[in-house]
Ligand binder design. Structure first.
Ligand code: XIL
Length: 316
């Protein structure tokens, strides 16, 4: 069949996957599916702060470059993930080690080095701010950035990233914001106020870590209120988990959910695409983070296509 990446391109969107350099090197099935099917790659882990700046002022781009090189060789575009988050930060960056002035200069150095000096022109979009809201509800997450710098850390990071690479699309990315709820309402208000202040925010990433049977009915309407602000939207980390073991019926229901999410993106004129969070069920983060759940991706344990793959193909 025609690869997903080509079907997506006909609609002017990208279909992407989160990728991992270790698997790329070790598993030829993984490598083949990633290279053939997907037009956009996101680093699942290796562009996070603990990998890029393991010691203060010491940067290591070797693993990230493996992915960017693969992407360039395969004509794929690269999403950058992520600049400011509360997880996967190096030990030296722990909360309480720095006051506001020092933390601000650490933040500027990281963003300028990563977005500007190293990846400028090679990464088309950055998740500048990841998961700024609490797991549920509308409060900002009290992470190291908020506690030390106050809520303006968000505007400052976006401005710094924009100065470092004026062509990169800059995102706020979060989960459980796919439908209308207290969290997506709060994100909407934040996005609106940032735009009113002229802050360079270009898009909202809807992670979309979903459970089977739970694609919100109002996902299109919710995405549209953000695009009505002039923003683009992207489904950035799609997976649809099932209570294990997965039955045939659940795999069919999952396929319908994948179809729905892809169609939802196609129904929103400024939805730039859909990225799935991994290639096959063998490399998905779901079983280790949510014990008892799994089978969340369009390819199985052996990288053979599941009903979800066929549904995505049909949706495109
Ligand atoms: C996950 C990775 O998939 C795992 O390998 C890692 O152990 C933890 O992080 N939201 C995000 C992603 O923004 O960076 C997370 O990725 C999944 C949830």
């Amino acid at each position: 069949g025609v690869p997903l990446r080509d079907l997506a391109a006909e609609h002017g969107i990208r279909i992407g996957a989160a990728a991992n350099p270790y698997l790329l090197e070790r598993n030829r099935h993984y490598r083949a599916v990633l290279g053939e099917q997907y037009g956009s790659l996101t680093a699942e882990n290796v562009m996070k702060w603990d990998t890029l700046q393991p010691e203060r002022g010491v940067y290591d781009f070797s693993l990230a470059d493996t992915l960017v090189d693969f992407a360039e060789k395969h004509g794929q575009d690269m999403r950058g993930h992520t600049l400011l988050w509360h997880n996967q930060n190096p030990e030296w960056l722990s909360e309480g080690h720095f006051g506001p002035d020092e933390l601000r200069s650490i933040m500027h150095d990281h963003i300028e080095t990563v977005v500007g000096d190293h990846f400028k022109g090679r990464v088309y979009a950055w998740d500048v701010i990841n998961e700024p809201f609490r797991d549920s509800g509308g409060e900002l997450r009290r992470n190291l950035w908020l506690r030390t710098l106050g809520k303006d850390y968000i505007a400052e990071a976006l401005r710094t990233a924009h100065a470092a690479d004026p062509d990169a699309r800059l995102y706020i990315n979060d989960f459980s914001i796919e439908g209308r709820n207290a969290k997506s309402d709060a994100l909407y208000e934040l996005a609106k106020s940032l735009l009113e202040q002229g802050v360079p925010l270009h898009g909202i990433g809807f992670q979309s870590h979903l459970s089977v049977g739970a694609v919100p009915d109002d996902m299109v309407e919710n995405m549209r209120r953000f695009t009505d602000l002039g923003l683009e939207v992207t489904v950035t980390e799609l997976d649809i988990s099932i209570d294990m073991p997965a039955s045939e019926e659940e795999l069919r229901a999952q396929a319908e959910d994948y179809r729905t999410v892809v169609r939802n993106c196609l129904q929103v004129s400024k939805c730039t695409g859909v990225t799935v969070w991994g290639v096959g069920d063998a490399d998905s983060w779901i079983p280790s983070w949510f014990p008892g759940q799994g089978a969340a991706l369009p390819f199985d344990q052996d990288y053979a296509p599941k009903p979800a793959f066929g549904a995505v193909q049909e949706a495109l």
